[in-house]
Design a protein. Structure first.
Length: 182
């Protein structure tokens, strides 16, 4: 593990390391169709009443302790007590970054801002040579974030999502490519 996970800052956002106390807010914000429909089918749907607690306590925090995943909550600088979403980095083959944003804050550039901060952490702090990000092909918002971040589409196949079987795209960028774009 690389020390304790730092709080990251962007122009409008505070990315605070995930903690057990965040489970209640996640339980309120996460189980909405607009949030989950393009997520991996491993996400239970309908979302159980203890879904966030189970995820944070049994999966995310142990992975953070092992140093194989890094999870942050997203909060506005103007309202740091309110969570608006989450973003994660994972040390997994072909799946290095994931995120979700509650519907009231979608479409305002917050996730692009958060991705810039965690991409910097991935490449400069964790020193990873490559980032790969899978996504449901119909998820245009996520696709635009990858395109704006300089990623390229490397593979398409079928995958299982909360909303059913869909084409899944794998996007990637190398550390050298990422650095050239900065």
């Amino acid at each position: 593990m690389i020390g304790s996970l730092p709080t990251l800052h962007t122009e409008r956002l505070l990315l605070r390391p995930l903690e057990l106390a965040d489970a209640d807010a996640i339980q309120q914000l996460f189980p909405h169709w607009e949030v989950v429909r393009y997520l991996n089918a491993l996400v239970p749907w309908p979302y159980p009443a203890d879904g966030a607690l189970s995820f944070v306590r049994d999966m995310a925090l142990p992975a953070m302790d092992r140093g194989t995943e890094w999870h942050w909550t997203l909060r506005l600088h103007s309202d740091p007590g309110r969570m608006i979403g989450c973003i994660s980095l994972m040390d997994q083959v072909d799946d290095n970054r994931g995120f979700w944003l509650a519907p009231p804050w979608q479409g305002q550039g917050f996730m692009s801002e958060a991705c810039k901060a965690v991409d910097h952490y991935w490449f400069e702090v964790l020193q990873r040579p490559l980032m790969r990000v899978p996504k449901a092909a119909p998820n245009q918002g996520s696709r635009k974030i990858s395109e704006r971040g300089g990623m390229r589409l490397v593979r398409s196949e079928e995958g299982e999502f909360v909303s059913g079987r869909l084409p899944v795209e794998l996007w990637e960028i190398t550390r050298e490519e990422w650095r050239r774009l900065r």
